[in-house]
Design a protein around this ligand. Structure first.
Ligand code: AMP
Length: 281
């Protein structure tokens, strides 16, 4: 992989990179398409990164569908698939970690201790191996994308971070490898996350700017779904990830909830342009 990376640089090519944990769906493939439209060659990785799973999380049972993933990436026109072993990425004696202070402790970081340390460390390692000009991430994991952007800036990485839209099912549920865990009933209930965000979108269109009223309305929608157990429901500044009391600049409505043992996240992007608010689900 390093040889391919060095050769692409030497040839003046713009290498595009799509890191994944496999169990691929249309969300991943949308990142591949974005990379293909902008870069050559395109590299995808599949690595279920053990260090980003907190103790007791689903590392062992995380869906692993390597052969069909490989085929889908090939059909999508990916030039190289990088699928290292955990022992290669974390050899014995490994002891260097990346943390982005502050931003890592909130939201997902609070519920999943050590999660972002694992994510940032593996992304930096993958970048060091793949040396992408551009790397493509989904806004589905908005906090992750924000943290990776911060790391790239803080560490002067030579890779541009591109954040792509959320791909959803027809009923609005954001695609996720973890949707596979849901029972039929939980799958029906899970759309409540989208409904809560969509209600916020509609309220903003009607002129609502008060973050406390918006979050209260989202909590109420989720509370009415008996199968959903919320972890957090917040309206935060997109830069600092701190809660806001009133919409201003770029904000995110962020949600996390459990359906049975499956934990799902989703978000709505809210951007102010010349006094108007644009929302992107
Ligand atoms: P994962 O395999 O879950 O680590 O995800 C790999 C990449 O795909 C990350 O950048 C995710 O944000 C992105 N991704 C996952 N689900 C979606 C989705 N529904 N829409 C867009 N991107 C996604």
């Amino acid at each position: 992989m390093k040889q391919v990376a060095r050769q692409s640089r030497a040839d003046g090519l713009s290498l595009g990179f799509v890191p994944t944990m496999g169990a691929l769906h249309e969300g991943h493939l949308s990142l591949v398409r974005a990379a293909k439209s902008d870069c050559r060659p395109v590299v995808a990785s599949i690595f279920v990164n053990p260090t980003q799973f907190a103790p007791g999380e689903d590392f062992q049972k995380y869906p692993r569908t390597f052969e069909s993933d490989r085929k889908r990436l090939e059909d999508a026109g990916v030039d190289y698939l990088f699928a290292p072993d955990a022992a290669e990425i974390y050899p014995p004696g490994f002891r260097t970690w990346v943390t982005v202070e502050g931003l890592s402790d909130r939201l997902e970081g609070r519920v999943r201790p050590g999660h972002f340390r694992g994510v940032l460390t593996v992304v930096l390692k993958l970048f060091a191996i793949v040396q992408p000009q551009k790397a493509f991430f989904g806004r589905k994991d908005a906090q992750q994308a924000r943290l990776i952007g911060q790391m790239a800036r803080d560490l002067h990485l030579d890779s541009e971070i591109i954040v792509c839209p959320i791909v959803r099912e027809t009923d609005g549920l954001a695609l996720s490898s973890r949707n596979k865990y849901l029972s039929e009933e939980e799958r029906r209930a899970a759309v409540v996350l989208y409904r809560a965000l969509d209600a916020t979108r509609a309220a903003i269109t009607r002129g609502e700017r008060d973050a406390l009223r918006l979050t209260a309305a989202m909590r109420e929608i989720i509370r009415k779904e008996p199968m959903a157990e919320p972890d957090y429901v917040e309206l935060v500044d997109a830069e600092t990830l701190e809660p806001v009391t009133r919409l201003r600049g770029s904000c995110l409505a962020v949600l996390a909830a459990r359906f049975g043992t499956t934990r799902l996240i989703d978000n709505l992007l809210i951007e102010e342009h010349a006094g108007e608010f644009r929302t992107t689900l």
